[in-house]
Design a protein around this ligand. Sequence first.
Ligand code: GRF
Length: 199
Amino acid sequence: ARLVVLVSGSGTNLQALLDAAEDPAYGAAVVAVGADRPGITGLERAERAGVPTFVRRVQDFADRVEWDRSLTGAVAEHRPDLVVSAGFMKIVGKEFLARFGGRVVNTHPALLPSFPGAHGVRDALAYGAKVTGCTVHFVDDGVDTGPIIAQHVVDIHEDDTEEALHERIKTVEREALVHVVGRLAREGYRIEGRRVLVP
Ligand code: GRF
């Protein structure tokens, strides 16, 4: 399966997919990496792996619709079977979802539906939750609301900082993402309402 991965930061989830794809038996390869900003480590990781990259900055476009249209075109050029949003910090729009809906996987560092949005780790910590974790889900037209594919629990420690907790979550998150993407690529899947059925 052809994967296009979207990143906004360090790209450790991307790196895990790049490493997994080294094994031909994995059944998926990263064919391109897109970002919403230049100069991030995620893009360096792609370049180091010889994977084509593209950047689409919101501020370079008249509005979000134009940005979304351009992003959709840039992703479509690489003919993805699956689009993986791995730490991509923008909400994709209608055109993107019309083109790739049902084939966009996102990873979120909290146990959805708890703590959606851009600060899931900070919010769980601030709330005084005892456990949090990560969620791998399909992207729908909401924010972090699509059908859930996998979740893993991570304990919150008394003295946790947001960074320490996020690093612990990311260790589990990248394994979950690699496992899910591999299974979707090799086994195929069906989405029935809010249920994801992977044979
Ligand atoms: C991940 O925890 C992702 O869920 C969140 O930001 C982090 C990105 O990490 N949105 P990386 O860029 O993959 O290292």
